[in-house]
Design a protein around this ligand. Structure first.
Ligand code: C2E
Ligand code: MG
Ligand code: MG
Ligand code: MG
Length: 287
């Protein structure tokens, strides 16, 4: 019986695998043929200053509604795009859309944009981003790029050189999903970053006494590095109290707003604040 049972499980497992791989190639195929300009759109999630609760920035998040297969989550299509060499076009489409969008805003609200692993190590992509801002007359001071430690691991030296070019051009850099990678202090110190975004997974067990200790030490690292600290994934008042206790400067999460269209974002920003608060969130790397 055990033998038979085991064989059935193996068959089920192989079927799962085959299904997953079929789905993956379906997405890749659709991505290859997609009209990116038309099928990709942007949503914006507000980041709030923890003390004033004003909107101080918005993270740009990509959405793909495939004409042939419908909406696909970004975590999924970005990964497939990376693996199949389609990411550069997609990233540049997203960045250009974002630059064109924020030029039209009535207030100079800053944004942050996610860069993928391949973008970070590609000098032509970085140069193209800098050119785009210049030709579209977007002030780099309004734009932050988010990168993850894992994305930099492919080639740390190239990543640091490229991020330094972005910083020299006036953009700022945030380390996304902070706390899930190596977080080695001397390594962090070598990165041209101005902000740490603490990963939202740390808020999954708010009752656990370790949670607060770990979060406090991550926020402490930001203070020691002299960089801004944001806590992601604030979903309720309990999370918000935690953010206040551990002492971060800003927060992002469903409690303040889900990713939304630009109109709703600007309305939320208008209701929450005056334009003067946008600069309060800035803290340049002191070095
Ligand atoms: P990320 O950069 O860490 O983005 C934050 C993700 O957490 C977003 O998911 C956001 O909707 C979600 N989130 C925000 N607040 C909360 C909360 O309070 N609770 C929960 N449960 N989730 C929250 P989204 O939009 O599905 O994006 C997932 C990932 O896909 C992003 O993680 C990022 O790695 C990637 N991604 C999205 N847009 C882009 C893009 O334009 N370029 C690149 N390279 N990657 C992108
Ligand atoms: Mg991000
Ligand atoms: Mg994140
Ligand atoms: Mg929670």
């Amino acid at each position: 019986f055990a033998k038979k049972h085991g064989r059935n499980q193996a068959v089920a497992f192989n079927e799962e695998l085959a299904k997953a791989s079929e789905e993956r190639s379906q997405i890749e195929h659709a991505l290859r043929r997609a009209d990116l300009e038309k099928e990709i759109h942007l949503v914006f999630q507000p980041q709030m200053n923890l003390h004033t609760e004003n909107v101080v920035r918005a993270e740009v998040l990509a959405r793909w509604n495939s004409e042939t297969i419908g909406p696909i989550e970004p975590g999924r299509f970005i990964t497939i795009a990376e693996e199949s060499g389609l990411i550069t076009d997609i990233s540049l489409t997203i960045i250009e859309k974002a630059f064109r969008e924020i030029r039209e805003w009535p207030v100079p609200l800053p944004i942050s944009l996610n860069l993928s692993s391949h973008d970070i190590i590609s000098k032509p992509t970085i140069d193209r981003i800098i050119d785009l801002a210049r030709s579209l007359k977007v002030d780099p001071e309004r734009v932050e790029f988010e990168v993850t430690e894992t994305a930099m691991m492919a080639d740390t030296e190239k990543a640091i050189a490229n991020l330094t070019s972005l910083k020299d051009a006036g953009f700022s850099i945030a380390l996304d999903d902070f706390g899930t990678g190596y977080s080695n202090f001397s390594y962090l110190r070598s990165l041209p970053i101005t902000k740490l975004k603490v990963d939202r997974s740390f808020l999954e067990n708010p009752g656990d006494p370790m949670t607060e200790k770990v979060l406090s030490s991550l926020a402490g690292m930001a203070r020691t590095l002299g960089v801004h600290c944001l806590l992601e994934g604030i979903e309720d008042e309990i999370d918000l109290l935690m953010a206040r206790r551990i002492g971060v400067q800003s927060v992002q999460g469903y409690l303040f707003g889900r990713p939304m269209n630009a109109h709703d974002l600007l309305e939320l920003a208008r209701r929450s604040a005056g334009a003067d608060s946008y600069d309060r969130d800035r803290m340049r790397n002191p070095a």
